[in-house]
Design a protein around this ligand. Structure first.
Ligand code: NAD
Ligand code: ZN
Length: 350
């Protein structure tokens, strides 16, 4: 077996280095994975550009990457449901399993969760990586490794749509047509939404949304949120039942409230400034429920089934492909959005 484990390590702001680390051993209940495809997420880019996200600060070198799929190379003691050669999607956050949140099924809220490429924990943009075996999901033969990697953002969408209680026949507003807004669009449609409108400040992203099945799009550019809310109601034939905010921009969260019907739900997925100004009395007196989401819990199996069954096609999200050795170029592409980049995928196999 090779002893080489080329890994993409973030040292500090704007400093990604490719270095050889040792190949880890699979411990009890773990698998050693030969990494295959790793997608670049906005948060990876954010750590690279800013060295931190909120209270999570890169203080020591950290391997990047958490949207990933790999092939089981070795199984540790106690692993019975996987064997060498199995292709798996990797759910990147492994919680403590014993706190009240974990026991209650909301393990995404666990304070001791170990999440790939959230400091201080290493991610899996590397040739080899070990992970808890029960957070690895075997892919059916007809699913690609890239689809496996995309189960990560798709799980965010499944969680957001579940928290919103999206159901058949609904009108949905999605704010922001980045990768997360787009997977929310696909998921809401798969869950039976009858009409979806999506906003963005970029016409090209709206074009992609249209090609992925958005019923309506709205290009926003600094108009007043209340006015935009009325435009949305015009296009949807009434305000939305559910709004999923996926930009984090203050003006967009304001629109999310104004665009939602009384008694409806706004789910905040986008994470922008820590404090912003909102029409909170408007939301209160119209009983618009505002719900946050943090990643996902118990969503990987559903995301996998959505793709495996053909209900959701995530393949069109991938616009660029790079090799592990080209990581910096891949990050540059994701950062600038050059060439209409949406999801940039890195291949870790030789
Ligand atoms: P992204 O930056 O690629 O996409 C954001 C999109 O919003 C872009 O297309 C941008 O043009 C658009 N936008 C910006 N301002 C806008 C406005 N005023 N109105 C409408 N659209 C606007 O990011 P992404 O990867 O798609 O992620 C979206 C957001 O979700 C980010 O804030 C990210 O941090 C957050 N996120 C949250 C969770 C969670 O667990 N809560 C998980 C993943 C991502
Ligand atoms: Zn816990």
């Amino acid at each position: 077996m090779t002893t080489e484990n080329l890994s993409a390590v973030l040292y500090s702001v704007n400093d990604i280095r490719l270095e050889n680390r040792t190949v880890p051993k699979a411990q009890k209940n773990e698998v050693l994975l030969r990494m295959d495809k790793v997608g670049i997420c906005g948060s990876d880019v954010h750590y690279w550009v800013n060295g931190r996200i909120g209270d999570f600060v890169v203080t020591k070198p950290m391997v990047l990457g958490h949207e990933a799929a790999g092939v089981v190379h070795e199984v540790g003691e106690g692993v019975t449901h996987l064997k060498p050669g199995d292709r798996v999607a990797i759910e990147p956050g492994v919680p403590c399993r014993s706190c009240d949140y974990c026991k209650g099924g909301r393990y995404n809220l666990c304070l001791d969760i170990v999440f790939c490429a959230t400091p201080p924990y290493d991610g899996n943009l590397a040739r080899y990586y070990t992970h808890a075996a029960d957070f690895c999901y075997k892919l059916p033969d007809h699913m690609t490794m890239e689809e496996g990697a995309l189960l990560e953002p798709l799980s965010v969408a499944v969680h957001a749509c579940r928290r919103a209680r999206v159901t058949i026949g609904q009108k949905i507003l999605i704010c922001g047509a980045g990768p997360i807004g787009l997977v929310c669009l696909l998921t809401a449609k798969a869950m039976g939404a009858s009409s979806v409108i999506i906003t963005d400040i970029s016409e090209s992203r709206l074009e992609v949304a249209k090609s992925l099945g958005a019923d309506h799009t709205l290009l926003v550019s600094g108009e007043d949120a209340e006015t935009l809310g009325k435009q949305i109601a015009g296009k949807l034939d009434g305000p939305s039942d559910v709004t999923i905010e996926c930009s984090g921009a203050e003006s967009s969260i304001r629109l999310a409230i104004f665009g939602t019907k009384s008694g409806g739900v706004v789910v905040l997925v986008g994470l922008g400034p820590a404090e912003i100004k909102l029409p909170i009395v408007n939301a209160a007196v119209r009983e618009v429920d505002i719900r946050g989401i943090f990643r996902y819990a118990n969503c990987y199996p559903t995301a996998l089934q959505l793709v495996a069954s053909g209900r959701v096609n995530v393949k069109p999200l991938i616009t660029h492909r790079f090799k592990l050795e080209e990581t910096v170029k891949a990050f540059e592409t994701a950062r600038t959005g050059a060439g209409g980049a949406i999801k940039v995928m890195i291949s870790c196999s030789d």
